[in-house]
Design a protein around this ligand. Structure first.
Ligand SMILES: NC(=O)c1ccc[n+]([C@@H]2O[C@H](COP(=O)([O-])OP(=O)(O)OC[C@H]3O[C@@H](n4cnc5c(N)ncnc54)[C@H](OP(=O)(O)O)[C@@H]3O)[C@@H](O)[C@H]2O)c1
Length: 245
């Protein structure tokens, strides 16, 4: 990926940070988007820029602000003069049981998980066409099999799979568009998955462990760089969990 430039949304922490590290190690320059995690974003950029000078640029934005989306792509393209990849990783995730769903939940969960990836892809399409680049969306195995009580999140991730297929068609043959559907990797930080729930999830996973962020990052790198005849697919990276769910 030497000389290539990838915009990673939500790149400061957790899975997004692993994706940035993996693509950077493969030689890419990274435009690291973040919203609230400025400290972590600056720390990660500092770490990677120490490995290779001026190889990471920071790009803060609230993805719920529609005007921020083309501006983010502009900033990313200007940072290194080109754009080869877009990884739509940023997401919000929380339960919305039927009976308690509000329009605000919808706007937030659909806004971060679906609307932002669509409008970022639309804004990035000319630059990606110019470089024959690729998009990777981060979906979820619960796009296929909804997570109980996470109604709006499950709908949003199902739409990410649809978005991936639609964009694959619209942007072909110049730009490939694929998705990675993680199984359990990092537990939510709000404590919403308690110990028995975590144990039950691992017990239902054929490979008998949760994934590492690097497992997701490796799949993203594969789809971006090493899959020239693959477009429109959603690759489950879930230890086999979707086979038994
Ligand atoms: N964790 C898992 O086990 C798992 C399982 C299945 C699927 N996934 C998917 O994998 C991806 C990464 O998962 P994760 O757990 O690492 O994600 P996460 O920590 O829940 O969120 C990633 C980042 O999204 C950003 N974000 C949220 N709302 C935003 C907004 N309105 N504007 C801009 N940025 C916003 C946040 O950036 P700031 O911190 O900078 O605000 C956050 O750090 C997500 O798409 C998730 O749905 C994860």
């Amino acid at each position: 990926m030497h000389g290539k430039v990838v915009l990673v949304t939500g790149g400061a922490r957790r899975i997004g940070a692993a994706i940035c590290r993996r693509l950077h190690a493969a030689g890419a320059n990274i435009v690291l988007h973040y919203r609230a995690s400025a400290v972590q974003a600056e720390r990660l950029a500092g770490e990677l820029n120490a490995v290779r000078g001026a190889s990471v640029a920071l790009a803060p934005a609230d993805l719920l602000d529609p005007s921020a989306l083309p501006a983010l792509v502009d900033a990313a393209t200007r940072a290194f003069g080109r754009l080869d990849g877009l990884v739509n990783n940023a997401s919000s995730f929380y339960a919305t049981p039927l009976g308690a769903i509000t329009p605000k939940h919808w706007d937030d969960l659909v806004g971060t998980n679906v609307r932002a990836p669509l409008f970022l892809a639309q804004a990035a399409a000319p630059a990606l066409r110019a470089t024959h680049g690729a998009i990777v969306n981060i979906a979820d195995i619960h796009a296929e099999r909804p997570l109980k009580d996470y109604v709006v999140y499950s709908i949003a991730k199902a739409a990410v799979v649809g978005l991936t297929r639609s964009l694959a068609r619209e942007l072909a043959p110049d730009v490939r568009v694929n998705a990675v559907a993680p199984g359990p990797v990092l537990w939510p930080e709000d404590g919403s998955f308690d110990a028995p729930m975590r144990a039950a999830i691992v017990a239902q996973t054929p490979l008998a462990r949760v994934g590492a962020p690097e497992d997701i990052a490796g799949a993203v790198a594969f789809l971006l760089t090493d899959a020239p005849y693959v477009t429109g697919v959603t690759l489950a990276v879930d230890g086999g969990r979707n086979v038994v769910l």
